[in-house]
Design a protein around this ligand. Structure first.
Ligand code: PGA
Length: 241
C-alpha cells in the first residue's frame, strides 16, 4: 500500500491527479465510485478540472459501490441521487455509462459483477472507510470471496448515517453492496480517510492483521492501493510517511 499523508485540501487535489493520469492514459477507463462525506472534496475537484478542460469523462464508465435497499434513485438519500447531485450532473460523463446497484430490484445482485466484467473490469475503485472498517457496506465478518450482495446494516452504521435522515427509523435496514472480492478485482484502488474519527480504524487496517473483523485490512494484499490520509486520520500511525 502506498500511503500519502497531507492536508485535507491537498488529499482531494492529489487524489484527483490520479484521475487525470488515468483518464489521459485511458479515456475509456472504468471508475469505481463511492458515496459518503469523504469523497465530496475530491468530486468538487474533479468537477473543477472537468470545467477547466483538464479532464474528460465523456468516454468513461462508472460503477458505484452500493445502494440502500428500498430507496428509488429519485429519493434524496439514495446513493444514485447523491452521485448525480455531487458529480454526474456536473461533468461530461454520459448518464447511461453510470451505474449504481439497484436498491429496488435486488433479486440477482451478483449480476452487477457480470456487468462490471462486461465493461472490462474496474480500473480504479474509490473507497471511504467506516469507523468499523467497512468498505462499501461490507461490515465486519463479510467473507473475502463475497461478490455483490444484500446486507443487513449494523446498528452503528445506521446511527452514523442517521444524520442524513429525519430520524433513525427512516434509515434503511438493508443495502446492496459490491462484495470484498468485487472490490479486490479492481485493477487499482484509492482509499481516502479524513478526520480524527477515522484515526483508530486507519491504524488498524494499515498496521493491524488482515482479518475479516476489519474488512479494509484485506487491502494490504492488493498490489495497487493508494491510501490518502489527512493529518488527523493519520495521527495514530506508527510510521508517518
Ligand atoms: P464517510 O463514510 O465518508 O461519510 O465517513 C465512509 C464510509 O462509511 O464508507
Amino acid at each position: 500500500m502506498k500511503i500519502i499523508i497531507d492536508t485535507t485540501e491537498n488529499v482531494a487535489k492529489r487524489a484527483a491527479q490520479l484521475y487525470v493520469d488515468l483518464l489521459s492514459r485511458n479515456p475509456q477507463a472504468v471508475l469505481g465510485g463511492a458515496t459518503g462525506s469523504t469523497p465530496i472534496p475530491l468530486y468538487k475537484e474533479l468537477i473543477k478540472l472537468n470545467k477547466e478542460g483538464v479532464i474528460s469523462f465523456k468516454d468513461a464508465k462508472s460503477f458505484n459501490l452500493d445502494e440502500y435497499v428500498g430507496l428509488e434513485g429519485t429519493h434524496d438519500q439514495s446513493y444514485r441521487y447523491f452521485m448525480n447531485d455531487n458529480l454526474f450532473n456536473h461533468i461530461d460523463i454520459k448518464m447511461e455509462n453510470t451505474h449504481v446497484p439497484s436498491g429496488i430490484d435486488i433479486s440477482e445482485p451478483e449480476k452487477y459483477d457480470a456487468e462490471i466484467q462486461a465493461a472490462g473490469g474496474i480500473d480504479m475503485q474509490l473507497l471511504g472507510i467506516g469507523v468499523d472498517g467497512h468498505i462499501g457496506f461490507n461490515e465486519p465478518g463479510t467473507p473475502w470471496d463475497s461478490l455483490t450482495h444484500v446486507v443487513e446494516l449494523e446498528q452503528n452504521t445506521r446511527e452514523v448515517n442517521a444524520r442524513f435522515f429525519n430520524s433513525i427509523d427512516e434509515v434503511p435496514t438493508h443495502a446492496v453492496t459490491m462484495g470484498i472480492k468485487t472490490v479486490m478485482n479492481a485493477r487499482s484502488i484509492i482509499l481516502i480517510a479524513t478526520g480524527s474519527s477515522k484515526a483508530e480504524i486507519v491504524k488498524k487496517f494499515i498496521e493491524g492483521p488482515v482479518t475479516t473483523e476489519v474488512p479494509a485490512s484485506i487491502l494490504q494484499l492488493h498490489p495497487f492501493v493508494t491510501v490518502f490520509l489527512d493529518h488527523e486520520a493519520a495521527a495514530l500511525l506508527e510510521k508517518q510517511a
